[in-house]
Design a protein around this ligand. Structure first.
Ligand SMILES: [Fe+2]
Ligand SMILES: [Fe+2]
Length: 257
């Protein structure tokens, strides 16, 4: 459920004039808490740390808040899908991988689609770069390269594969949005790279991965993960790799330090 931020700010116009600013602030706080409670059923499970690190989801929706599930001592990528990643992100990545698989893409491209947005569970900005880094020790160089560059490519059409500027980006970024120069530079560099199409195909399958009511499961991708994701035996977060702390931040999002 979406919490109406405009309602918070404006408040009910009929009574607001009669209240002191302190009373208005109290009423506002109470109303916000009530709406958040409605948005978060008590049994809701909080997954993903996007709220802590980046506020609302990329689409502007608040996440349901609830108890965070315990993780097994040696978490696998599948555990993160099931216990940490935000459900709507999981659904989007599964739809994307499903589309890639149906259209006969290579297993590496299917894996890249399956993982391409994992970073938004941690942080929204530069999510392609973050996601690529998170998986770099565990996947082929081609897969992490493709994931890193899908973010910049999303802003730039490629009619040769039927990819246009996403409608969704008009909602998220507004009409006439011009990406930062570093995004454009990354796109131009990627355009000339031998793996350009690997990243481009992530963006193509991305277009078919926001269907309401479509809920693919992770099961058909377990074998692909097994063949192309080198799961560390100590568990993600505990293998001493340069990115272990990123996985730990997802495991322990509420630790104070
Ligand atoms: Fe993305
Ligand atoms: Fe995506």
């Amino acid at each position: 459920m979406e919490v109406d931020r405009k309602t918070f700010v404006a408040g009910p116009s009929s009574k607001a004039g009669a209240l002191s600013s302190e009373e208005r602030a109290d009423a506002l706080e109470e109303r916000m808490m009530r709406q958040l409670e409605q948005a978060a059923p008590a049994q809701g499970v909080r997954r993903g740390t996007g709220v802590l690190f980046g506020g609302l989801t990329p689409g502007g929706l608040p996440l349901p808040l609830g108890a965070l599930a315990a993780m097994p001592p040696r978490p696998t990528i599948v555990d993160f899908f099931k216990l940490r990643f935000m459900p709507h992100t999981v659904n989007h990545m599964l739809q994307s991988a499903n589309d890639a698989q149906k259209k006969g893409e290579s297993e590496e491209t299917v894996l890249a689609c399956l993982l391409h947005d994992i970073a938004v569970n941690l942080i929204k900005v530069d999510h392609g770069w973050w996601a690529a880094q998170m998986v770099e020790p565990y996947v082929s160089e081609k897969v992490s390269w493709a994931i890193r560059h899908h973010q910049a490519l999303r802003f730039f059409p490629d009619p040769s594969v039927g990819y246009g500027y996403p409608e969704r980006y008009i909602q998220i970024f507004g009409e006439g949005y011009v990406p930062e120069p570093y995004i454009k530079a990354a796109y131009e560099k990627a355009r000339r790279h031998k793996w350009y199409m690997e990243a481009r195909m992530i963006t193509v399958h991305d277009l078919y991965a926001f269907e309401p009511g479509v809920n693919p499961t992770l099961e058909p991708f377990i074998d692909v993960i097994g063949r192309h994701f080198k799961q560390p035996k100590e568990g993600l977060g505990f293998d001493g790799s340069a990115v272990a702390h990123m996985w730990r931040s997802l495991i322990y999002p509420d630790n104070p330090l």
